[in-house]
Design a protein around this ligand. Structure first.
Ligand SMILES: *[C@@H]1O[C@H](CO)[C@@H](O)[C@H](O)[C@H]1NC(C)=O
Ligand SMILES: *[C@@H]1O[C@H](CO)[C@@H](O)[C@H](O)[C@H]1NC(C)=O
Ligand SMILES: *[C@@H]1O[C@H](CO)[C@@H](O)[C@H](O)[C@H]1NC(C)=O
Ligand SMILES: *[C@@H]1O[C@H](CO)[C@@H](O)[C@H](O)[C@H]1NC(C)=O
Ligand SMILES: *[C@@H]1O[C@H](CO)[C@@H](O)[C@H](O)[C@H]1NC(C)=O
Ligand SMILES: *[C@@H]1O[C@H](CO)[C@@H](O)[C@H](O)[C@H]1NC(C)=O
Ligand SMILES: *[C@@H]1O[C@H](CO)[C@@H](O)[C@H](O)[C@H]1NC(C)=O
Ligand SMILES: *[C@@H]1O[C@H](CO)[C@@H](O)[C@H](O)[C@H]1NC(C)=O
Ligand SMILES: *[C@@H]1O[C@H](CO)[C@@H](O)[C@H](O)[C@H]1NC(C)=O
Ligand SMILES: *[C@@H]1O[C@H](CO)[C@@H](O)[C@H](O)[C@H]1NC(C)=O
Ligand SMILES: *[C@@H]1O[C@H](CO)[C@@H](O)[C@H](O)[C@H]1NC(C)=O
Ligand SMILES: *[C@@H]1O[C@H](CO)[C@@H](O)[C@H](O)[C@H]1NC(C)=O
Length: 519
């Protein structure tokens, strides 16, 4: 109850705690022991006692890895630093987190996992009922405790006692590998089940994946960021592992150290500002055609041995023919990142260059025309109070790139246009790119056209088709669904917020990202 009072007194702390997902038990404490005594406990048998005097000492933000066999008990202690952490300002809070790296193969989704007991009373090592208990779920455990304030002298040497206990198992050698970390500042292990990355596009043997916007302390100055210091990495698993992590899907170490097909050393990563904000992109190559994969974004806090976070997995599937090739990071058409019709004899870099040069050449005459318009004169001479010549040039460029560089797929999706090798959108593709396999063309989205009408001076007399019949000859609409039904080139449309869910430690993560990452 003391804790609750503090919450009322310090709204800042309240907000912080709410965002970390610890809003659960403080006003209505669960009684783990009631559950224990009601016979729900898997620990009815006597336990294998810990080796005497062999408790391990945990230190701030330094997780320990250990293996525990069934019915075993392992002990830890943590010396509270009374002049550190949140306690400097309010009260001494201690964050406990753990990950399961491996578990016995005969443990099912609903079987009870390891239990963690914790208390500031040393007698807990002999009587667990003195401690609080938390179970590992989905490979993850977290708890928050505050140092009891009795009097200031007791503050000096507060020790948190922690015990990890394995359930019984019919297999006597059954064992779990776990990590446990304690900190006075943050969660050593975290997870987030909201989308944190997306698949941009795939071709026959590669895929491009980007993270959500990252928070960076220095605006969008990419040159100040060093990608090798990014905590984010990507792991690509065979789709066969879809259920493998079902009971460990919140565990960073299970996925981080699992049997991935491809990991960071084989994935080309960089930052991009293609959509306005800073995002990290991962180019995964050497994939098999027509194959489904799972990709996990993970974040490491200060290297492999200091904890980290795991995010919701992504699924993607490669295309079934080499008719399309994934290109990105073009110099002129810098917002283009998708598969394009190609000739399988051409190298990726040469195809990318051909398209980019073509768009750049076509843009030259337009930019001359734009210079004739009074853009940089006095405010009332500007063609529109809200749109500038830069907006017009930007929208025109995006439109030009979208129509010059068609998006390619080998899937038959509503809205896609089937192209035989002798039937291309224009002579440039027919004669210069020379596609030698049939493909489907993903038509540009109608709003790419509508953007230039809205952003450019009326003098240009841009217009977009209005009737559905004429629209569908050159554009299409975004119908939603698994695959894009039209090709959008431009800064990302703002996706409506789905409201804050308080089950996860997302804001806390952003704090970590801002503090540790992009410096
Ligand atoms: C306790 O925390 C303070 C402030 O962070 C630090 O200076 C000090 O070294 C820590 N003491 C120990 C014993 O770790
Ligand atoms: C696990 O429990 C849930 C609900 O309690 C149940 O729907 C599900 O079938 C159980 N799964 C297994 C594998 O026993
Ligand atoms: C620890 O628990 C024992 C048994 O309940 C109790 O007698 C003792 O006073 C407790 N110690 C502290 C410091 O609270
Ligand atoms: C842990 O379990 C694996 C099989 O899951 C077994 O091969 C190994 O011997 C066990 N280790 C111990 C220390 O019992
Ligand atoms: C980025 O960091 C790595 C290792 O920390 C270093 O070797 C490299 O020189 C840095 N690159 C730049 C451009 O600063
Ligand atoms: C990553 O991409 C860059 C630029 O395309 C290239 O120079 C580099 O060799 C690639 N690295 C790997 C490991 O593929
Ligand atoms: C990413 O940041 C850019 C620039 O700040 C913004 O325009 C865009 O809407 C952001 N995207 C998302 C999904 O928030
Ligand atoms: C591609 O397929 C081969 C043969 O089935 C397999 O050995 C290899 O691991 C696969 N590679 C990837 C990246 O899926
Ligand atoms: C793990 O799986 C559970 C149940 O399917 C789900 O509720 C949870 O959000 C998943 N966690 C992550 C990090 O994806
Ligand atoms: C650009 O304008 C010049 C002169 O008006 C013309 O000859 C040329 O064909 C135009 N280029 C394009 C790509 O339209
Ligand atoms: C308008 O002025 C800005 C800065 O003064 C310059 O960057 C931009 O190129 C100019 N625009 C045109 C169309 O001349
Ligand atoms: C694509 O699918 C549509 C509708 O299912 C069908 O009418 C059309 O023939 C298909 N195109 C090709 C080339 O198979």
């Amino acid at each position: 109850m003391l804790f609750f009072v503090w919450l009322l007194l310090f709204p800042i702390v309240t907000a912080f705690l709410f965002d970390t997902g610890f809003d659960l038990d403080h006003d209505q404490p669960l009684d783990p022991m009631a559950q224990f005594q009601a016979g729900l406990s898997p620990f009815k048998q006597s336990v294998i006692p810990p080796r005497k005097g062999r408790e391990d000492y945990l230190t701030e933000f330094t997780p320990i890895s250990n293996t525990i066999v069934q019915s075993e008990l392992q002990l830890y202690s943590f010396n509270v630093n009374t002049s550190s952490g949140l306690g400097e300002y309010y009260q001494l809070l201690i964050f406990l987190t753990g990950n399961l790296c491996t578990q016995p193969s005969n443990v099912g989704l609903n079987d009870t996992s390891l239990a963690v007991y914790y208390s500031f009373n040393a007698s807990m090592f002999t009587n667990f009922e003195l401690g609080q208990m938390e179970l590992f779920e989905a490979g993850y455990f977290q708890a928050l405790t505050d140092v009891p304030i009795v009097d200031s002298s007791e503050y000096e040497d507060s020790v948190l006692y922690i015990a990890v206990r394995a359930p019984e198992n019919t297999d006597r050698t059954a064992n779990w590998t776990y990590q446990i970390g304690v900190s006075q500042n943050d969660l050593v292990f975290q997870w987030d089940d909201r989308p944190s990355a997306m698949v941009v596009d795939t071709d026959e043997q590669s895929a491009l994946i980007v993270t959500n916007n990252l928070t960076a302390p220095h605006s969008s100055d990419l040159s100040r960021l060093n990608i090798s210091k990014s905590p984010y990495s990507l792991l690509v698993y065979s789709y066969d592992y879809k259920d493998y992590f079902a009971s460990l899907n919140c565990s960073w170490c299970a996925i981080r150290d699992g049997p991935a097909l491809l990991s960071s050393s084989e994935i080309n990563t960089s930052y991009t500002t293609r959509n306005g904000g800073i995002q990290q992109q991962f180019y995964v190559s050497n994939l098999n055609s027509s194959t489904k994969y799972l990709a996990y974004l993970v974040s490491d806090f200060g290297g492999n041995s200091f904890g980290g976070a795991i995010y919701q997995p992504l699924e993607f599937e490669t295309l079934d023919s080499p008719a399309c090739e994934l290109i990105y990071d073009l110099e002129f058409c810098d917002r283009v990142a998708y598969s394009v019709p190609t000739n399988k004899d051409g190298s990726k870099d040469s195809v990318k260059q051909l398209y980019d040069d073509q768009a750049k050449n076509l843009f030259t005459n337009f930019s001359k025309a734009l210079q004739q318009i009074a853009c940089n004169t006095t405010a009332d001479a500007v063609f529109s109070p809200v749109r500038t010549c830069e907006d017009c040039a930007d929208s025109y460029k995006d439109w030009l790139c979208a129509v010059t560089i068609p998006r390619c797929s080998t899937r038959n999706v509503t809205g896609y246009k089937y192209r035989e090798t002798n039937d291309s959108r224009n002579d440039f593709i027919l004669n210069t790119i020379e596609p030698n396999l049939p493909y489907y063309e993903v038509l540009p989205c109608l709003n790419v056209c509508q953007a230039i009408v809205a952003d450019c001076p009326a003098d240009f007399q841009f217009s977009c088709p209005k009737k559905n019949v004429s629209i569908e000859k050159s554009y299409y609409f975004d119908l939603g669904g698994r695959y894009p039904t039209c090709n959008y080139v431009g800064t990302e449309k703002v996706v409506s917020s789905r409201g804050l869910r308080n089950t996860v430690n997302w804001l806390l993560l952003l704090v970590v990202v801002a503090a540790n990452v992009l410096v």
